[in-house]
Design a protein around this ligand. Structure first.
Ligand code: NZQ
Ligand code: ZN
Length: 385
């Protein structure tokens, strides 16, 4: 096992009716800024529930954080928070709203141009305003981690940052809030959580059996519960299981002490920045080809994955690996997320464009061994046409 630090300060409040607990978690004298997206929380009643729980506190709202939150929009929220002197932020929504709130929390008191936060990937953040979240879309894990991804539309750049200062203080996970999700977003969430586990698990063995077993447990649970969550929007147990899987997939637990890959995510971010594809759609396109092309470097873990996640133990090793990758791809398709560039009307021109973007963002040595060159990224995309 590799050396690691593990510190996760986010308190989770899980279950039905937990939004009422905001009253206990948000300081009584807080000047609260609620941040949200395009309005789903208005139509499904979540915003009303939140405002009721906040009672007599001074509350402002910032609406309009878009999927793949943009720097341009978030800077308006920074302006409002400064003007209102908001001293507690509350993100109510999916990963985009939470990621956006992390940026706002860090930018309010940042000295200089906040774009520098993204240029330095968050290393220059020295403080952030406190914030909590009410999660309405299980997918990213942002509710219990210190990462965020922000897009600067004018540059077509989608940039990740992280800082120990942007862990949420608490996150409320009420599976009932997910009942109104469109099928597409449930499928996206399952694929994103699955990909997060794979990025931390599908590398090379370092004798970390408990991390492996946790990872395999999350993958198997997503495979079992994903279809149920898709089939019945009001199946509380399925939604609860998917929600907790997605949080555990990226809260630092399974990634502690093991090598991590993330090449699929970095290529995926470029596809979103250029063509506006949903985050999970990009992962479903890139990951199967990534595994096929790097199957030699990942051989031991691929065989372990085939046996323990897909129960494939018979036959030639190469065939077992290919079957496991094919099953992964079929699973993504089965939850409604297409796995080829051509499914999204993209052709070989998009391959060239993504490679140029990767080069300009210095994404040239990706993966757990930093050996995913631009040439390999190109081949992965060509494989996915
Ligand atoms: O904006 P509203 O109206 O709320 O609608 C949203 C949005 O259109 C809708 N939605 C959310 N909850 C709903 C709902 N609709 C009905 N009922 C509900 N309960 O869903 C749409 C998508 O929301 P979004 O927040 O964009 O989705 P997701 O949670 O998948 O977040 C994606 C973003 O997270 C980043 C991605 O890159 C992308 O920008 N990621 C963040 C990570 C992190 N912080 O650790 C890791 C991930 O790998 C990922 O990169
Ligand atoms: Zn992701």
């Amino acid at each position: 096992m590799l050396n690691f630090d593990f510190h996760n300060p986010t308190k989770i409040l899980f279950g039905k009716g937990r939004i009422a607990d905001l009253d206990k978690e948000v300081p009584a004298d807080a000047r609260v800024l609620i941040l949200y997206g395009g309005g789903s929380i208005k139509s499904n009643g979540v915003l009303d529930e939140v405002r009721t729980a906040l009672g007599a506190r001074t509350v402002q709202e910032f609406a309009g954080i878009e999927p793949n939150p943009s720097y341009e929009t978030l800077m308006h929220a920074v302006e409002l928070a400064r003007k209102e002197n908001s001293n507690f932020l509350l993100a109510v929504g999916g990963g985009s709203v939470i990621d956006g709130t992390k940026f706002v929390a860090a930018a309010i008191d940042f000295e200089g141009d906040p774009w520098a936060i993204l240029e330095k990937r968050g290393k220059n953040i020295t403080k952030a305003r406190p914030f909590g979240t009410v999660l309405t879309l299980p997918a990213t894990g942002s509710e219990m981690n210190n990462g965020s991804v922000v897009t600067r539309k004018s540059l077509k750049a989608k940039v990740p940052f992280s800082s120990r200062h942007v862990f949420p203080q608490f996150s409320i996970l009420d599976p009932v809030t997910t009942f109104t999700l469109p099928v597409r977003q449930i499928g996206n969430g399952v694929v994103d959580a699955y990909a997060h586990v794979m990025e931390q698990y599908m590398t090379y063995p370092v004798n970390a059996p408990v991390q492996d077993r946790f990872a395999e447990g999350i993958l198997r649970t997503l495979i079992e519960e994903g279809p149920k969550a898709l089939a019945a929007p009001q199946d509380y147990d399925a939604r609860a299981n998917i929600m907790w899987c997605a949080t555990l997939a990226l809260n630092g637990l399974i990634g502690a002490g093991v090598p991590q890959d993330w090449a699929t995510h970095m290529i995926g971010h470029e596809l979103t920045a250029l063509y506006g594809l949903d985050h999970a759609q990009t992962l479903a396109i890139v990951m199967p080809s990534m595994l096929r092309l790097r199957r030699h470097a990942k051989r031991e873990k691929l065989l372990q994955y085939a046996a323990r996640v897909w129960d494939i133990t018979q036959g030639d090793e190469d065939a077992r690996i290919e079957t496991a990758i094919a099953k992964t791809q079929e699973f993504f398709e089965s939850v409604g997320v297409k796995t080829r560039l051509s499914d999204y009307s993209l052709d070989s021109k998009s391959v060239d464009a993504v490679v140029i973007q990767l080069e300009s963002h210095r994404m040239v040595g990706l993966g757990e061994r930093r050996d995913v060159t631009l040439d390999i990224s190109r081949k992965v995309l060509e494989f996915s046409l």
